[in-house]
Design a protein around this ligand. Sequence first.
Ligand SMILES: Nc1ncnc2c1ncn2[C@@H]1O[C@H](COP(=O)(O)OP(=O)(O)OP(=O)(O)O)[C@@H](O)[C@H]1O
Ligand SMILES: Cc1ncc(COP(=O)(O)O)c(N)n1
Length: 264
Amino acid sequence: MIARALTIAGSDSGGGAGIQADLKTFTVRNVFGMSALTAITAQNTLGVEDIHPIPLEMIEKQIEMVITDLGVDAVKTGMMGTAPVIELVARKLKEHSVKQLVVDPVMIAKGGAKLLENDAAHALVTELIPLATIITPNIPEAEVILERKIQTVADMTEAAKALVELGAKAAIVKGGHFEGDPTDILYDGTEIYTFPGKRIETRHTHGTGCTFAACITAELAKGNSLVESVETAKAYITAAIKEELGLGQGHGPTNHWAYQGEQS
Ligand SMILES: Nc1ncnc2c1ncn2[C@@H]1O[C@H](COP(=O)(O)OP(=O)(O)OP(=O)(O)O)[C@@H](O)[C@H]1O
Ligand SMILES: Cc1ncc(COP(=O)(O)O)c(N)n1
């Protein structure tokens, strides 16, 4: 049977981030994708114009309909918006004993728009992180969650360990926001793994975090190990940034078709 993945996230009308990035990534990685929308955003490569939150009952019904009928092998969370949404999603994931959960703690869009309310970071820590197979913060997100500055690769390593102490089985701190080459640091509760990258000079990096986490989710859904899943995701996002599509006047989307690597 084909592997199934569910994204619980916001819609990006521009198609580069949010559920659109997730569903494209799932498809390209040979996984059947499903979605539960938490918000609709009106955005393009220049920024977020408006956000329309989805009522809690409607978020709950989407999750319920999908899980009770089609079933899921892995779930990814993206833009949650508020603490009550995080609490609801955590409750549903526990109710359905979801085994593979990738938490992308989306907080601020590339253009600066706030995608998570300030008081909701606490709910991430208490509700969602303890359920996570892996949490995938960028550096500013890890700084907010851990209430500390991250300035060096050593700080990233300590941050990944601290995120696991908060209850996640594993954590990868992404280096896209550092100057120079972007190195990502994974801690799986036992070992530290370093994923070095070469910085690609481009403005087309809208949705890199969503695409990266969605690829990890797809690979986990197919039964691959955590480290294999992250390795594939790193190769996938690197190709997706490199082979840019040149769309839009601002931060354009990545190329979700770019990666020709193995399909398992
Ligand atoms: N310019 C770049 N060149 C090469 N790799 C990059 C570049 N920018 C980001 N990456 C890689 O892309 C992945 C996503 O990292 P990033 O730090 O951009 O996430 P993010 O900030 O959550 O993304 P977003 O908020 O745009 O969705 C990481 O593996 C990171 O190393
Ligand atoms: C619905 C939604 N989810 C996530 C992001 C983050 O992506 P980015 O930081 O690249 O803008 C976004 N812009 N919109």
